[in-house]
Design a binder for this molecule. Structure first.
Ligand code: SF4
Length: 63
């Protein structure tokens, strides 16, 4: 599975890297979140999906 952050939708609230820092991080200017390019490790899928559910603007897709 992979996580994708819609760069147009993300408002940079910082929630997803807070919930799952192994999959999401903020860009250097802290304005947007980005997701790791690789497949999500099995033990991080729950966290990645939790962040997907928690994102206030539905910018994250885990699929
Ligand atoms: S939770 Fe959503 S809006 Fe907040 S930083 Fe992550 S992708 Fe962006």
């Amino acid at each position: 599975m992979k996580a994708i952050v819609d760069q147009d939708a993300c408002i940079g609230c910082g929630l997803c890297p807070n919930i799952c820092p192994e999959v999401y991080e903020m860009t250097d200017d802290e304005e947007k979140a980005i997701a790791i390019d690789d497949d999500i490790p099995d033990d991080k899928v729950d966290g990645a999906k939790e962040a997907e559910d928690a994102c206030p603007v539905d910018a994250i897709k885990v699929e």
